[in-house]
Design a protein around this ligand. Structure first.
Ligand SMILES: Nc1ncnc2c1ncn2[C@@H]1O[C@H](COP(=O)(O)OP(=O)(O)O)[C@@H](O)[C@H]1O
Ligand SMILES: [Mg+2]
Length: 441
């Protein structure tokens, strides 16, 4: 009996274990389903955003195509030949913008060597020819797909929400996005909503493919062709990688030094003073108290030094006030009167923002220390995935990177982010420092 009971208990236990496994599987399935739904929605949303962003280059592509056509036609009578460089320059600039856009949505499109803008070499230049082929495809296909990327979501919202508002529409108003028929009854309205669901299904199913199709001509034709020599770009990337490692090592050494020379030393004296005070406390309480007071002030100094070190790693003001606030704060505290114009709607990677902050801090310190300038002007812009910073002063000029460690340090920091720093400072001034950083790295 007992055995049987045990047996039934065993099967029961097995049954409940099965049930638990089933429930777990069900839960997992639900989780999986949720995951897939979230992923599909995310992919479709990103694809729609990418398609719409494609309009930003497809619309200008149409105009440039038109411009090139007019130039080609007028070239027959000779006038167009003189105008040719301008639309060619526009074509190259637009191709560059498309490369930047594609890089934002996927891997970097490595640009070939800058193509010529003079007509005769341009006619035989393979890069220009590939760019022209891209222009035609992007102006037609890219533009159409971009428009669909805007229209499809509008259709989807309009039709799927139709039952909510159709009774307020005037009688006979066109009902569906496709302009076929108008709704007169609830079944009609629900049919329109069904159409809306159809649009949503189309977006979920087709938008990622459409975005890939829109990007394909750019990815194939704007990248450096097999005939281009990429060794230059590779050498550049190797150098920036080495610079990044170098900058990292220097940074670590600097932090290690400041911790060692500052906070660590102070804390050693705290332990020594506290130890001495403990030994003295029974004999001479007043003397012990004095020692403890000294220990306390040493601990406070250690704290202050730790704060400075932390601030040197990632200025907290960046997190508190954002890049615009941090840069404006630096300018406001500058010893030389400084006008600042910041327009940084895009957020950049924290290390990039920190680099911009340190560059401005060093530039303003240099202006105060060396330039003898009456005023300084700072401009900061973030757009198209790049952060640009320009600092100008009307001082005596003659800044040299070899003259100290500050400018070399910030050049290394900028190079580590694959950015560019340029300094022009003729004797007599003015001194202009510009820094161009990719936002994302
Ligand atoms: N804005 C400026 N105007 C004039 N001279 C400058 C300016 N910035 C830097 N310099 C000169 O370039 C040298 C190098 O600058 P930097 O690398 O920052 O070194 P330092 O540690 O001396 O500040 C300075 O010693 C100074 O002579
Ligand atoms: Mg300096």
């Amino acid at each position: 009996m007992a055995i049987r009971e045990d047996a039934t208990a065993g099967t029961k236990a097995a049954g409940s274990a099965d049930a638990a496994v089933d429930a777990a599987a069900g839960g997992r399935r639900r989780e999986d389903f949720k995951d897939i739904a979230v992923r599909t929605l995310g992919t479709a949303g990103a694809a729609i955003a990418q398609l719409t962003s494609g309009l930003g280059t497809a619309l200008p592509a149409l105009l440039v195509l038109l411009w090139l056509a007019v130039t080609a036609v007028t070239s027959v009578v000779g006038v167009g030949l003189l105008m040719a460089p301008a639309p060619l320059r526009a074509l190259h600039a637009l191709a560059g913008r498309e490369r930047d856009r594609l890089a934002r949505w996927g891997p970097e499109v490595v640009a070939p060597q800058p193509p010529p803008t003079r007509l005769r070499p341009a006619l035989v230049d393979p890069t220009t020819r590939r760019e022209l082929r891209w222009l035609v495809r992007h102006a037609v296909l890219g533009f159409t797909l971009g428009l669909l990327g805007v229209i499809l979501p509008i259709f989807a919202v309009r039709d799927s929400a139709f039952p909510l508002y159709w009774t307020f529409l005037p009688k006979g108003a066109t009902a569906t996005s496709l302009a076929v028929g108008s709704a007169h009854s609830w079944p009609d309205a629900l049919a329109v909503a069904l159409l809306g669901v159809g649009w949503i299904a189309i977006i979920l199913g087709l938008a990622p493919g459409m975005a890939r199709t829109q990007a394909r001509p750019g990815r194939e034709l704007l990248a450096a062709g097999p005939e281009t020599d990429l060794s230059l770009r590779i050498a550049e990337l190797t150098a920036t990688r080495a610079a990044a490692l170098d900058a990292h090592a220097t940074e670590l050494r600097r932090i290690e030094r400041s911790l060692h020379d500052g906070a660590q030393n102070r804390l050693v004296s705290v332990t020594v003073l506290v130890g001495a005070a403990r030994r003295m406390v029974a004999r001479d309480p007043a003397g012990a108290d004095e020692l403890l007071e000294r220990a306390q002030s040493a601990a406070e100094q250690a704290l202050a030094e730790l704060r400075t070190v932390a601030r040197g790693i990632l200025p907290p003001v960046l997190a508190d006030r954002g890049l615009a606030g941090a840069l404006s704060g630096l300018a406001a505290n500058s010893a030389v009167p400084c006008r600042i114009d910041v327009d940084v709607p895009e957020r950049c990677a924290a290390s990039v923002e920190a680099t911009a902050y340190f560059v401005l801090a060093e530039a303003l310190t240099n202006i105060a220390k060396h330039s003898g300038a009456g005023r300084a002007t700072v401009t900061a812009r973030a757009s198209g995935g790049r952060l640009l910073l320009r600092v100008e002063d009307d001082g005596r000029g003659g800044a040299e990177e070899d003259g100290g460690t500050g400018l070399t340090g910030i050049r290394r920091r900028v190079a580590a982010h694959d950015g560019r720093l340029s300094l022009t400072s003729p004797p007599g001034g003015p001194t202009v420092l510009t820094v161009d950083l990719p936002c994302g790295s």
